[in-house]
Ligand binder design. Structure first.
Ligand code: NAP
Length: 267
């Protein structure tokens, strides 16, 4: 029987997911990565098909994993969806789609994995949050709201799972250069009052990611958190993740909001 630790990394076809899955494989984990599309194994990572928005897809992915191994030691809930649109210009349908991936997707996969981890009386769940889960991000409001939800869910979950020796951690990156821009959802509604800010918002979010930090840093953090004997609940990675929450904590609200508008060139 293979005694390697088993890891499942969602959204491993690119970005943080791909890098961390590969790094975990290098560190000796038996790694299963996922994508919505068919992929052959990538650098020691076996790829499974998974759409976190679908109950049946989640069930079938876990079933396939368990057909090859009888345990799951690490779950990295990394799959995510971004948008660049003002809140009012984002249809409710699109907002729900963002939550289906970023929040309910995490809940779905976690619920499918927990019975296995509870039976083992061990495991670690690492949820990919964002600095936007700590600060309401204009132009990415529903993304931000989904990550705030993930923060609250993970914090509560970590306490509930303590008796079963299952750890929960949150990774809170600032902006990093991945393929995240390519799947960015655009506004579905338009109101003339936002004509002067719509493009500014989109290009500022795109620029922040395109000029972001090296995603290897996030992958290395994920791996060191996974290997930690006593992991913390929260890990901030990257510049914005360090200084933005501190600024928010010390600045008067009015000044912080002025800064946020300035940064996005909003009137
Ligand atoms: N880049 C940043 O600056 C940044 C900052 C903070 C947090 N994050 C978070 O980091 C995570 C990864 O993002 P990334 O920057 O690495 O972006 P990325 O390169 O675009 O990777 C996103 C991954 O999510 C997968 N995915 C998307 N929707 C999915 C769904 N419904 N079901 C299953 N998989 C799905 C994609 O896989 P397929 O398309 O192959 O299915 C892809 O592998 C996200 O949760 C994001 O919110 C990113």
């Amino acid at each position: 029987m293979n005694n390697k630790k088993v890891a499942l990394v969602t959204g491993a076809s690119s970005g943080f997911g791909q890098l961390s899955a590969q790094l975990l494989a290098q560190k000796g984990y038996l790694v299963f990565g996922t994508s919505r599309k068919e992929h052959s194994a990538i650098s020691g990572v076996e790829m499974l098909i998974l759409d976190v928005k679908s109950d049946s897809s989640v069930q079938s992915c876990i079933k396939q994993l368990l057909a090859q191994t009888n345990r799951i030691d690490l779950l990295v809930n990394n799959a995510g969806q971004i948008h660049a649109s003002m809140l009012e210009e984002t249809s409710l349908e699109q907002a729900k789609e963002i939550f289906e991936t970023n929040f309910w997707g995490v809940v779905r996969v976690t619920n499918a994995v927990l019975p296995i981890m509870r039976q083992q009386r061990s495991g670690h769940i690492i949820n990919m949050s964002s600095v936007a889960g700590l600060i309401g991000a204009p132009g990415q409001g529903f993304y931000s709201a989904s990550k705030f939800s993930l923060e609250g869910y993970s914090e509560a979950l970590s306490v509930e799972l303590d008796p079963f020796n299952i750890k929960v951690s949150l990774i809170e990156p600032g902006y990093f250069k991945t393929n995240f821009n390519s799947a960015m959802l655009q506004p579905t509604l338009t109101y003339a009052d936002y004509d002067n800010v719509r493009d500014v918002i989109r290009s500022s979010v795109q620029k922040a990611i395109a000029q972001g930090d090296n995603p290897e840093k996030v992958a290395q953090t994920i791996v060191s958190v996974a290997q930690s004997q006593s992991p913390q609940l929260r890990y901030r990675v990257g510049n914005e993740a360090q200084w933005l929450p501190r600024l928010k904590a010390i600045l008067p609200d009015k000044l912080f909001r002025f800064g946020a508008r300035k940064r996005l060139n909003l009137p």
